[in-house]
Design a protein around this ligand. Structure first.
Ligand code: C2O
Length: 347
């Protein structure tokens, strides 16, 4: 293992890439990331207040308005600003469609369906949250999560149907019913109460019975330079992650854009509520496995040293490693959890 190289993006050559259906897309910035100075990530001050990410169905109108305002400011930034909303969405596109090659390799750098899934998205959300906070001058600003694991959160969140949080490309038929956390692009037409039970049983499997080993929960081990990268998502990534993406996206679009396709998913602001919930599930799974296990999911140095780059709230291009994001409390945020109804949903 010690000889394996960590995965690092070759920023000097951002190029056109392909959607899941093989359609060319171009998500690169108009500037060259390779020309920017790259700085190492610094943890926030350990004495700074914890930002608390709360469930969307429990926040008040004032917070809803604040959230919408921050996103609106982000959407109104000039197109060539790294904090512009569309640029933020394209950061996701870059790392999911393979717009960068890996350093010292021809292989593309892609983070989905591998053990990079949780760490990459955590870092993405972290910077997105800090940027939104900066835009409204509130350092304690925090993201909010769509609690599709709890019966009270199993509907498409109303607040995302208004103002800056709207995305036109969604499935209008789905919003009258409870979300199908296991949606396989086929309508199951369950009643809401049947759907809720089905969702809870799925959650139990994905979090507990089907997730007893790190690889099962986190995804397969992507190694540097492997061109046919590994392709086995962890339980939560497969569902509800992928499934809720497709459930939200517009069924009349070729790839169910926006949410249904990696390249366009983050154009829908609900992406960030969805991914905060995913990220929360990682914190919950980690807590549940307790200290019966080694302190980290994988001891592999190549994983721990794998790097991602993001623009921070001060518009510096920052290099952050997997090892930096394993303990979310060091990033100074945590989740206000809702009760885990699925824990009792053992079949
Ligand atoms: Cu990077 Cu929800 O996908």
């Amino acid at each position: 293992d010690s000889e394996r190289l960590p995965i690092v993006a070759n920023l000097s050559n951002c190029h056109a890439s392909l959607t899941d259906a093989g359609v060319p897309v171009y998500c690169c910035p108009i500037w060259k990331d390779g020309d920017q100075e790259l700085v190492d990530f610094q943890f926030p001050d350990p004495s700074s207040p914890m930002r608390i990410r709360r469930p969307i169905h429990k926040i008040d109108d004032e917070y809803r308005a604040k959230y919408a305002r921050a996103v609106e400011i982000m959407k109104n930034l000039p197109d060539d600003h790294p904090h512009n909303y569309r640029r933020q969405a394209n950061m996701h596109c870059l790392y999911c469609t393979g717009a960068y090659n890996q350093m010292s390799s021809e292989a593309l750098y892609k983070i989905h369906r591998t053990w990079l899934f949780f760490p990459w998205h955590r870092a993405f959300l972290y910077f997105h949250e800090r940027i939104l906070g900066k835009l409204i001058g509130d350092e304690n600003f925090s993201l909010i999560y769509w609690a599709w694991d709890h019966p009270d959160g199993m509907w498409f969140p109303e607040m995302f149907k208004n103002g800056s949080l709207i995305a036109m490309q969604r499935d209008p038929y789905h919003f009258q019913h409870a979300v199908d956390d296991n949606y396989a692009r086929v309508e199951r037409n369950l009643t809401d109460s049947e759907q809720i039970l089905d969702n809870l049983a799925l959650m139990y499997h994905q979090m507990v019975s089907g997730a007893k080993k790190s690889e099962l929960f986190m995804g397969c081990k992507l190694r540097h330079g492997v061109s046919g990268f590994c392709d086995i998502p962890g339980t939560i990534e497969a569902a509800p992650h992928n499934t809720v993406h497709s459930w939200v996206g517009n069924r009349n679009n070729p790839e169910r854009e926006y949410m249904g396709a990696f390249y366009s998913a983050a154009r829908d602001p609900v992406f960030f509520g969805h991914h905060s919930e995913i990220d929360r599930m990682w914190t919950v799974w980690r807590r549940m496995r307790g200290n019966k296990h080694p302190a980290t999911e994988f001891p592999d140095e190549d994983w721990l040293d794998t790097e991602f780059t993001f623009y921070d709230e001060n518009v510096r291009l920052v290099r952050i490693k997997v090892r930096d994001v394993l303990d979310h409390t060091k990033l100074r945020y945590k989740y206000q959890d809702v009760d885990f109804r699925w824990l009792n949903a053992r079949p």
